[in-house]
Design a protein around this ligand. Sequence first.
Ligand SMILES: NC(=O)CC[C@H](N)C(=O)O
Length: 197
Amino acid sequence: MTTIGVLAVQGDVREHVRMLDGLGVRATTVRRTTELAACDGLVIPGGESTTMAKLARTFDLFEPIRQRLKEGMPAFGTCAGMIMLADRIEDGTADQETLGGLDITVRRNAFGRQVDSFEGELEFAGLTEPVQAIFIRAPWVEAVGPEVDVLARVEHGPAAGRIVAVRQGSLMATSFHPEVGGDSRVHRQFVDLVTEV
Ligand SMILES: NC(=O)CC[C@H](N)C(=O)O
């Protein structure tokens, strides 16, 4: 059975596990390298990316995850998880490390620090009906490399046109939180990606 791990050092781990459980895969939390080794794919949840990066180091997971990503393990990052998978950050703290893998530049807290959270409908590549996207102190994608597919953009308001979901090979990331609420279609895309590999 396909096993998908959720990096469980910080952030909204339970929501992802619940979502994946409903999609016919085995969902496990990942805090140790042995747990990582058992995974066919990895979700990096929302939370706080500087804390998550530091804790991933503390748990000795940082380099092992990087290694697995280099070897082609599929991964899906939401919000802080998107930041973790980005090759470049703007507005990061000076020493903020990322796992990298996605040829994108993200801007943290891009919608303004005072804009805590908001939601809106978005067209999402591969889905016929729009998704209800929940943004919580979210990043956006400032720039993408040539290998990156844009899956969704903000549709209305001052941030209209900003990229908020991407895919590059076996890596996916969203600025918003598809794990919150009952719509599992974005997770389904990731599960399909993991089972295709
Ligand atoms: N909801 C989230 O994951 C917020 C991300 C957070 N603002 C960060 O920079 O890491």
